[in-house]
Write a protein that binds this ligand. Structure first.
Ligand code: NDP
Ligand code: OXD
Length: 317
């Protein structure tokens, strides 16, 4: 028996995922949920084995009586916990996708180098037709710090090491990543921030990490530090970041994620000269490679094995 998969992503176009599934799991019954009953292909709800979801509508997962697992279409699973009826006994599986990991490391490295080499300042010189050089900093003296050393933060940290930056990371548990200084637990957050000149956020959004970039943690960074937030908007207290940018304590921020997306047209970030905005594209879910992950896990489950990278409902990641 080939499984029945329900694709539920209001914003995502299902065709590339259907094609990838049919290529990688021939015979799969691939159905697409739609809020419009005329377009909805769910059919008999009792036939759905697996749901592939991004921001599922509340209550829909609970209406599937024989669901075996919920696969997040993103590495983050905070979007799942918005559903008050999220089924309790079904495993929730995070996405671990080689393209997602690669894309995020590219984004992090790009912006670290941007700040390290003062590319934003050179862009301003260019705009004013100014030919001017600034003293070049030494990567070996540049301290980069990554909040979150999981699949994404761990990969970015590992890839920054051969570029000779001084790399550190902060996580709940201690890590042993060659060349990366590991800070862990609440007690080591401030010492980690004290040594960090370019701060990258790659934490999951959970009750423990919401608002973690706030006036106190920003104040713990050295004068002139930079922020790169490519995790979730909820990690940042916007007013605190804006105040730190205005005071000059924080020199620049690259923000990919926001409390409200798309970022509202009147948000002060849009007009702030020290803020760079990208539209939640630090790394996107690639249909072909993410389907490799879903198929691998579905095959495991069909053999009676547990899926990989399930979410701990206590910590919410
Ligand atoms: P992982 O679950 O693999 O890693 C999470 C890391 O955060 C772990 O190192 C974990 O510590 C650490 N962590 C979690 N809670 C705490 C805490 N309270 N204190 C200290 N450390 C903590 O997640 P991923 O790396 O796969 O993804 C990270 C996030 O990136 C996603 O949740 C998502 O929000 C974001 N993302 C953004 C994208 C974008 O385009 N902007 C794309 C993809 C993801 P430990 O290892 O000890 O458990
Ligand atoms: C993710 C995302 O969590 O795209 O994967 O933000």
């Amino acid at each position: 028996m080939t499984p029945t998969v329900l694709f539920m992503a209001a914003e995502g176009k299902p065709d590339p995922w259907r094609d990838a599934f049919l290529a990688q799991m021939p015979g799969v019954d691939f159905r697409v949920w739609n809020p419009d009953p005329e377009k909805d292909q769910t059919g008999d709800k009792s036939e759905i084995d697996y749901a592939i979801v991004w921001k599922p509508a509340a209550g829909v997962l609970a209406s599937l009586p024989n669901l075996k697992a919920v696969f997040s279409m993103g590495a983050g699973v905070d979007h799942l916990f918005g559903d008050p009826e999220l089924p309790k006994d079904v495993p929730l599986v995070r996405l671990v996708d080689r393209c997602l990991t690669q894309g995020m490391s590219e984004y992090v490295i790009y912006w670290v180098i941007h700040y390290h080499r003062k590319m934003g300042v050179y862009a301003k010189f260019r705009a004013d037709n100014v030919w001017k050089r600034m003293r070049q900093a030494d990567a070996e003296q540049r301290r980069v710090g990554i909040l979150g050393l999981g699949e994404l933060g761990g990969d970015a940290a590992t890839k920054l090491v051969p570029l000779h930056y001084q790399v550190a990371g902060w996580s709940r548990s201690k890590k042993e990543i060659p060349g990366v200084e590991s800070f862990h637990g609440e007690d080591q957050l401030i010492p980690f921030l004290n040594r960090t000149e370019i701060l990258v956020c790659l934490l999951p959004l959970t009750p423990d990490t919401t608002g973690i970039i706030n006036k106190d943690t920003l104040a713990a960074l050295p004068e002139g530090a930079f922020i790169i937030n490519c995790a979730r908007g909820g990690h940042v207290v916007d007013d605190d970041l804006l105040a730190a940018l205005d005071s000059g304590h924080i020199e620049g921020a690259t923000l990919d994620v926001f409390h409200t997306e798309p970022l509202p047209a009147d948000h002060p970030y849009w007009s702030h000269p020290k803020v760079t905005i990208t539209p939640h594209m630090a790394s996107l879910t690639v249909p072909n490679s993410s389907t490799e992950w879903y198929v691998k896990n579905i095959e495991r489950m069909e053999r009676g094995e547990a899926p990989l990278n399930t979410v701990d409902r206590g910590t919410r990641y």
